[in-house]
Design a protein around this ligand. Structure first.
Ligand SMILES: Nc1nc2[nH]cnc2c(=O)[nH]1
Length: 153
């Protein structure tokens, strides 16, 4: 815990460097067992990939070493993680996340994802994005087939 400030400072430094290089003000450091496994900055300006958030970049890098499960990892982020990054953290088992700037701080600069969080609390049929559930018979037994093929692995 006492290392939190040190790692968070590193994430903020990354964000600051990224701004100087034309990027958005987001940096992230991914730590496991006291070792920095990955660092990431927002790279949307470099590759046009809208998912190139600092936290996801760090997760992608760490996964090269650890594979798809990041249990026991801690992510330090300069900004409050957006729903996409937070979902990724939940799904791959990241244990903790510590961030410096809350959404409220980013709001005046268009750097808050509070509106997306808000959308995601709404029922599917009330979200701004049209979400259509169209059941397909062709899906058939795909899930149970997958389960059967992977049960022994
Ligand atoms: N925390 C965070 N918020 C963002 N909002 C837009 N891009 C980012 C990012 O890379 N990190």
């Amino acid at each position: 815990m006492s290392d939190d400030l040190d790692y968070l400072e590193q994430a903020v430094d990354l964000a600051r460097q990224n701004v100087e290089q034309g990027g958005r003000p987001f940096g992230a450091v991914l730590v496991k067992d006291g070792r920095v496994l990955a660092r990431g900055v927002n790279e949307i300006h470099l590759n046009g990939d809208p998912s190139a958030h600092a936290e996801l970049q760090a997760i992608r890098l760490a996964s090269r070493e650890l594979g798809p499960r990041l249990d026991g990892c801690v992510i330090y982020a300069s900004g409050q993680p957006c729903p996409m990054c937070l979902a990724a953290m939940h799904m791959c088992g990241v244990t903790r996340v510590v961030f410096a700037a809350a959404n409220a701080q980013g709001e005046p600069f268009g750097l808050s994802t509070a509106a997306v969080y808000q959308q995601m609390t709404l029922p599917l049929d009330q979200q701004a994005l049209e979400i259509r559930h169209l059941p397909q018979a062709a899906m058939g037994d795909i899930y149970s087939r997958w389960k059967a093929l992977n049960a022994a692995r």
